[in-house]
Design a protein around this ligand. Structure first.
Ligand SMILES: [Zn+2]
Length: 277
């Protein structure tokens, strides 16, 4: 229950819940579009885990890389996202070339999926502040770096989305920390990235198989693509509230969950919640 204090209702309102009122989320992010992505996506599917595959369109249908049909198959359960046409160091290119690398990558990938491709990961993890506005100007809304945080926060700026860790960085210990930590008054997201060819090179497919076996099927975890996470968090951030926080309007098309006095409350897209204590 909220408490009266000098005429202001002090309700406990927190933005820490994912769809269904779930307190935690997991997303996976894999780069470069080698053929091994098909096997990796199959492992994700087996355990109900969702991921995002960042692809370089110039490699599609070349030896060792995904075919158009592979991409369509992966896209049934996962997000297809950009990684530039030719995998350059984007921070060294003239801006018109940066723009072309991502606009053309989107255009090519969008012939294979039925939605706008709106995200990317930076090739080699390299970026500069100067390239972010040009990328946004061609429809890129998020981009993943390779800076491991070992934390479970959602980024303040999705154009600098730092992952929790690479799958070789003691992922099992990270998972233990993630699942055993108490729920906090903020979002709790575990974000793991890598390349599927590393499992082949390192001969350790069992690493990801055992992780997914352990990580899948938790009723309190939302399994989502990078884009689903961004869209959901953006919808929560776009809530409009009265000054005393007792009237909450959700102007987005996405239903969102908030914690009111430690209870999950769903506010449907386009609806308004009125707090009554
Ligand atoms: Zn790459």
């Amino acid at each position: 229950m909220g408490k009266e204090y000098n005429g202001v209702i002090q309700l406990k309102l927190h933005f820490n819940l994912f769809p269904g009122g779930k307190p935690k989320a997991l997303t996976m992010s894999y780069d470069d579009g080698q053929k091994h992505d098909v096997r990796l996506a199959g492992i994700f599917d087996k355990y109900g885990i969702k991921g995002t595959f960042h692809l370089n369109s110039s490699t599609l249908n070349t030896p060792g890389f995904l075919s158009d049909d592979d991409v369509r198959g992966i896209a049934r359960h996962h997000e297809i996202s950009a990684h530039s046409v030719t995998h350059p160091f984007l921070d060294t290119l003239p801006l018109p070339m940066v723009i072309n690398e991502l606009l053309e990558d989107r255009r090519r990938l969008e012939t294979l999926v039925d939605y706008p491709v709106r995200g990317m990961s930076y090739p080699y993890g390299v970026y500069s502040r100067a390239i972010i506005p040009p990328l946004q100007s061609v429809g890129i809304e998020y981009s993943r770096t390779v800076i491991s945080t070992r934390q479970f926060d959602v980024p303040p700026d999705f154009m600098e989305w730092h992952p929790t860790c690479h799958h070789n960085e003691d992922m099992d210990q990270v998972w233990e920390q993630f699942t055993t930590r108490p729920s906090l008054q903020k979002f709790s997201l575990c974000y793991i990235w890598g390349h599927s060819y590393e499992f082949e090179q390192d001969n350790n497919w069992e690493l990801i198989e055992s992780f997914c076996r352990k990580a899948g099927g938790h009723p309190d975890i939302w399994y989502a693509t990078n884009l689903e996470i961004m869209d959901y968090v953006t919808a929560v951030r776009s809530l409009k509230m009265s000054a005393d926080h007792t009237v909450i309007r959700n102007p987005s098309a996405t239903g969102v969950w908030v914690s009111v006095d430690n209870k999950p409350v769903c506010i449907d897209g386009g609806s308004t919640y009125y707090y009554k204590n």
